[in-house]
Design a protein around this ligand. Structure first.
Ligand SMILES: [Fe+2]
Ligand SMILES: [Fe+2]
Length: 165
């Protein structure tokens, strides 16, 4: 769904829940890394195990937001291009502007890097999408050709049996 479309409250809540669970997953992995650095492997393991459960929660929300039966490879690539494009054309430029106004130089630098990364991701996904589309095209042409061969063969058989009558 594009960011500007009107959404139901439940869809918005599922998106927020998905964001929260995803963040919990990354945060706990980050905490686990820090726990290990502090010599607390036992606590790190608790964070890591919980992080995995948060991923399962996030996937459950995703199944409702993007039912897997609706996800063709092309659709997923389109969604990825859409998301990354939104990031580098709208979200990060706005964040960068506001960071600059607040004089937060480190954040401005971070946003600049993210604009570049998101642009690269969008271009990469777009290229994969185009390649996949070409492959689908080629496949359907092969199928057409096969269908043509079958039709020729069928026509010949028919012509023969007509001649025999
Ligand atoms: Fe959770
Ligand atoms: Fe990205």
């Amino acid at each position: 769904m594009s960011p500007n479309e009107t959404k139901s409250v439940t869809i918005e809540n599922l998106e927020a829940a998905f964001a929260g669970e995803s963040m919990a997953n990354r945060k706990y992995l980050y905490f686990a890394r820090r726990c290990r650095a502090l010599g607390h492997d036992d606590v790190a393991k608790v964070f890591e195990a919980t992080a995995e459960q948060e991923t399962a929660h996030a996937f459950g929300h995703l199944e409702l937001l993007y039912p897997s039966k609706d996800l063709s490879v092309e659709r997923m690539l389109e969604l990825a291009v859409e998301g990354e494009t939104y990031e580098y054309t709208e979200m990060y430029p706005k964040f960068r502007h506001l960071a600059q106004q607040e004089g937060h130089d480190a954040a401005v630098k971070e946003m600049d890097e993210q604009i570049e990364e998101s642009r690269e991701h969008a271009e990469m996904f777009q290229a994969v999408l185009e390649k996949a589309a070409k492959r689908f095209d080629a496949l359907s042409r092969v199928e057409e050709r096969h269908a043509g061969h079958y039709q020729d063969a069928l026509d010949k058989v028919r012509a023969k049996s007509n001649a025999a009558e």
